[in-house]
Design a protein around this ligand. Structure first.
Ligand SMILES: [Zn+2]
Ligand SMILES: [Zn+2]
Length: 270
């Protein structure tokens, strides 16, 4: 908030732009900011289409372009007709709701998430990972500082499985150069206490699964670097259990249900 003085010298409160510093408008309606975003959109769009760039670079720029488009469109809702810009891809003449690129992305990501979830269900069945299984967990990422080595291999019993938030970002991608975020989908109960850095609960934990379970569609992953897991993760199955297809509820592979999730989590992130 800034102060403005009228002709009688009376002070009036007014907004100050966080981008250019002028009084009387805010960042969302700043013409200079919008001009900058329009230039950035053009640049990222060009980089995303440039076939001499590596795929992961192009993916990055495509995402940045969508972000610019979102910012530009935020303030142009009142404009009509051909001036209207799509808040998803930044093109003129259609809206985010009718954008074909956005529809294609929802379909593609939903299909991938469903295929990946089914792949993981089959991995759980094959490896006998379900409630009751005895597993080994690397819990070194969550324990009190300095005690990591004691907890690189901890026994735990699986208590629950949930694939409800799994999506393609949790699987390695041949266009990516590194990968470490496998999905957090196993709830375990540790056999001995694991004193955590950020939680009082020393027995229960939600952990990630191992890298080798995540290559769905048998992708060719030559060149992808597997960095160490961020968070606690499954390292070994000691005593498997019988696992049925029910481990993946029908709802978690229902197209409409999954696409709602994909819209919120990936296509239109907040
Ligand atoms: Zn401004
Ligand atoms: Zn569009």
């Amino acid at each position: 908030m800034a102060w403005k003085y009228d002709k009688n010298g009376k002070a009036k409160r007014s907004v100050r732009c966080g981008f250019c510093g002028e009084i009387g408008h805010n960042r969302a309606s700043c013409p200079k900011y919008k001009e900058k975003m329009a230039k950035a959109l053009e640049y990222h769009e060009q980089m995303a289409q440039d076939e001499t760039n590596q795929q992961h670079t192009r993916d990055y720029h495509a995402e940045q372009a969508r972000m610019c488009a979102r910012i530009i469109a935020r303030d142009s809702k009142t404009k009509k007709g051909k001036e209207r810009r799509c808040g998803f891809c930044g093109e003129y003449g259609h809206t985010r709701r009718t954008c074909q690129k956005r529809k294609d992305m929802v379909k593609d990501e939903t299909d991938k998430a469903i295929r990946f979830r089914k792949h993981l269900r089959d991995q759980f069945i094959q490896r006998g990972i379900g409630p009751g299984a005895l597993v080994e967990v690397d819990a070194s990422n969550a324990v009190a500082w300095g005690r990591e080595d004691e907890f690189r291999s901890v026994l735990a019993i699986v208590t629950d499985v949930s694939l409800r938030a799994v999506n393609s970002r949790h699987s390695p991608n041949p266009n990516q150069y590194w990968f470490d975020q496998t999905p957090i989908c196993l709830e375990v109960s540790y056999v001995k206490d694991v004193p955590k850095r950020w939680s009082e609960d020393t027995r229960n934990d939600w952990i990630r699964i191992s890298h080798d379970m995540c290559n769905f569609d048998s992708l060719d992953l030559e060149g992808v670097q597997f960095s160490s897991q961020y968070g606690n993760w499954l390292t070994k199955v000691i005593s498997p259990v019988e696992v049925s297809e029910d481990i993946l509820p029908a709802q978690d592979i229902d197209y409409d249900h999954v696409s709602d999730f994909i819209l919120d989590a990936i296509v239109d992130p907040k």
